[in-house]
Design a protein around this ligand. Structure first.
Ligand code: C5P
Length: 432
């Protein structure tokens, strides 16, 4: 997950303490505090989508602009995106006066994006001559720096000295710069990393790594059963729930294998994705991921809507459409989860199934409870088709042998985190 800035004299990065000691907030998965420091580069405009994405990922964001950053981007943009006043001045809005101390104490992580050559030099020499530099000098939390400058500035020995000093001090980590076109139209290493790459580096820094060391296998999306070269039988699953589970599990430190039916979703950062089509191909990919005697995985989350039936044989040519009635013989697919439930001998892998139904709320729970028993799972996540299929949010109930926990309707990322908290607690209780 770490990236070393390319260029001369970039030694390997020292290990960084990723998560602050538990404060209690992590357990409740309260929003993490991210301080975004924007310095004066043309790339400052890219800090706006970063602020938005951070807020969307559930972080509470505050923004500090250096004086020169204000020349490139307006504070109103960032106060709108973060919902908080933007600070630039040492003696700004904070009543107590020591604003840099308060901001450094508030932050769970600091992101400097973009970071100019001047700012790197000021950081490396320990200057505290404006709010941004003073806050960083005061900070003890993880700091991620995304440099952006002209390639000749980046490769200059003075800048490389700053980078080397900062790396050997071990107080910050770098993402980028990358090779590409910069504002002047020239090309080379100096372009700020893209917001997605920066986020992928930052979010684990503010996320408790409670799934570290675990291999989590997630299935997602529909399966597709081909009838002939142009027709198929499938379902309306979008894959969003399974992808959210994979993304959040990786963010929480798990090694994640995502077995995905045909969906048009980007692969989450640090996730190994295996694309499949039919139920049978999903079954073999899952067994590959779970390994002999299911020993290679700690957790299996079956979020995929696996097709229950397949055509008896796929027609090599298009079925003709003369007959007024077409009778199709469909064969039952294996119940992948139930087979794994039966084959499991110990407690691993922890098995989480999904049940999507279309009945009344009470009946949905009843049917899901029956599946919990029939498929020998540790938990079933029950949801109504109307609340889940294709939506960005979901309303689910997590059912175990002992508990029935309805969760409020929420974004699928949030729901995924709650399901993973159940996983972490289960594995924690019963020994990792
Ligand atoms: O029985 P039903 O299809 O509602 O069960 C849903 C759960 O079982 C989901 O976790 C789904 O991924 C899994 N399943 C399976 N193989 C099937 C059908 C469903 O693993 N053939």
């Amino acid at each position: 997950m770490t990236s070393t800035p390319p260029g001369p004299r970039a030694p390997s990065q020292p290990p960084l303490r990723l998560v602050r000691p538990a404060s209690g907030r992590e357990d409740q998965r309260a929003p993490q505090h991210v301080l975004l420091v924007v310095t004066g580069s043309v790339a400052a405009y890219k800090a706006a989508p970063l602020a938005r994405a951070l807020a969307k990922a559930g972080a509470e964001v505050r923004v500090v602009l250096t004086r020169s950053a204000v020349e490139f981007v307006g504070p109103a943009t960032f106060s709108g995106l973060s919902g908080r006043p933007v600070e630039s001045d040492m003696f700004g809005s904070h009543a107590g006066g020591e604003l840099h101390v308060a901001l450094a104490a508030w932050a769970d992580a600091i992101l400097v994006a973009p970071a100019t050559a001047d700012f790197l030099a000021r950081l490396a020499t320990g200057r505290a001559d404006d709010l941004a530099a003073a806050t960083l000098l005061c900070a003890t939390c993880p700091v991620l720096v995304a440099p952006a400058m002209h390639p000749t500035m980046w490769s200059h020995p003075a800048t490389q000295r700053s980078v080397a000093t900062l790396q050997s001090d071990g107080r910050c980590r770098f993402v980028g710069p990358v090779d590409g076109e910069v504002a002047s139209g020239d090309s080379g290493v100096g372009r700020m990393a893209e917001p997605e790459q920066i986020l992928a580096e930052l979010l684990p820094l503010v996320t408790p790594q409670d799934l570290a060391g675990l291999h989590v296998v997630v299935s997602a999306g529909p399966t597709v059963e081909d009838l002939d070269p142009v027709r198929f039988v499938s379902n309306r699953s979008s894959g969003k729930m399974g992808f959210a589970l994979a993304e959040r599990a990786a963010r929480r430190g798990a090694r994640v294998t995502l077995i995905a039916g045909p969906v048009d979703l980007p692969t989450p950062p640090s996730v190994l994705r295996v694309d499949v089509r039919s139920a049978l191909s999903m079954q073999s990919a899952l067994h590959e991921a779970l390994g002999p005697e299911l020993r290679s995985a700690d957790v299996l989350i079956m979020a995929a809507a696996v097709g229950d039936y397949r055509a008896d044989a796929e027609h090599p040519t298009k079925l003709k459409s003369h007959a007024p009635v077409l009778k199709l013989a469909l064969h039952k697919n294996p119940d992948i989860l139930a087979d794994i439930g039966r084959a499991r001998t110990g407690r691993r892998p922890l098995l989480i199934g999904f049940a999507v139904e279309t009945d009344s709320d009470a009946r949905v729970i009843e049917l899901a409870r029956a599946k919990l028993v029939a498929k020998r799972c540790d938990a079933i996540v029950a949801n109504h088709a109307r609340d889940s299929l294709g939506q960005d949010d979901n309303r689910v109930t997590v059912i175990t042998n002992e508990t029935t926990e309805p969760l409020p309707r929420a974004d699928k990322g949030w729901v995924a985190d709650r399901i993973l908290s159940f996983v972490a607690a289960r594995l924690g209780d019963k020994g990792k």
